[in-house]
Design a protein around this ligand. Structure first.
Ligand SMILES: [Zn+2]
Ligand SMILES: [Zn+2]
Length: 183
């Protein structure tokens, strides 16, 4: 969704408020695709600071379904993002100041949410959600994960697999022993 900020530029101190829906039902990045379980309308306040500088205050509140890092069960993950950035509409090559740096190799170029005097709300929200995603989500602190032999979710009960970790040299010896046994 594009918002033309041109009318705002007519007068320093002018403010534009915007409440809008996030136009996404799922969120995709190189980490995977997460369903957006719940979302509140986003709130934006644009303030003309003069000389083409616009202060953008944004409020984003969504719940994503992110798989648990250990057992893969989907965990409702609430993201409440409040952010303020300054963009300059007279120089769109360097629109975002401060928190973004070029070291992030994200799927979308997060600096391209301003084009001329148009502000792309969806692209902006995408970049904000991306930088605020938790590195790791656990369904609970002591999640037991899944059995690496049969895939049973060990939070729901044990599967009876022998998951004793063997010393690699012991494992080799056991393999030899077992191959003799089979003869
Ligand atoms: Zn888990
Ligand atoms: Zn198992």
């Amino acid at each position: 969704m594009l918002i033309d900020l041109h009318p705002l530029l007519s007068q320093k101190g002018k403010v534009k408020q915007l409440e809008t829906e996030l136009e996404m039902d799922s969120f995709s990045s190189k980490m995977g695709t997460y369903q957006i379980i719940d979302k509140k309308p986003m709130n934006f306040v644009f303030t003309n600071l003069g000389d083409g500088n616009i202060l953008v205050d944004a409020d984003i509140d969504i719940a994503l379904g992110i798989p648990c890092d250990r057992c893969l069960e989907v965990v409702r993950t609430q993201l409440k993002i409040q952010t303020s950035i300054e963009v300059n509409l007279s120089d769109t090559d360097e629109v975002a100041l401060g928190k973004y740096d070029s070291e992030d190799d994200e799927i979308l170029d997060e600096n391209d949410f301003v084009n001329g005097t148009e502000f792309d709300v969806t692209k902006f929200a995408y970049g904000e959600i991306l930088v605020n995603l938790p590195m790791k989500v656990l369904c609970k602190e002591n999640c037991k994960g899944i059995c690496n032999r049969c895939g049973t979710n060990l939070n729901h009960g044990s599967c009876g697999c022998d998951t004793t970790e063997l010393d690699p040299r012991m494992a080799k010896a056991l393999e030899v022993f077992n191959s003799f046994k089979e003869v």
